[in-house]
Write a protein of this length. Structure first.
Length: 79
């Protein structure tokens, strides 16, 4: 939230640039460390709870349902 003075996760202080520029500036993140997107880089959506999991997971991190066989085959390459 814009009202926070420190990061909610790591407690790093809010950069002064983000306040002056009105937001953004890397404060919101981006690139690595974000939430997985289904179908990107082999990430897969759990058929039981619809949680999107990173490709490296063999079971859903939310409900522990096993990764479907078609999720592994659809990812292809990149190993």
């Amino acid at each position: 939230f814009a009202t926070r003075e420190v990061c909610n996760r790591c407690q790093a202080p809010k950069p002064a640039v983000a306040v002056a520029a009105g937001g953004g500036g890397g404060w919101a993140g981006g690139g690595r460390g974000g939430a997985p997107v289904a179908g990107v880089d082999g990430n897969w959506q759990c058929p039981a709870c619809n949680n999107v999991n990173f490709a490296t997971r063999e079971v859903c991190n939310r409900c522990q349902t096993a990764k479907p066989a078609e999720a592994g085959a659809a990812g292809g390459g990149g190993g």
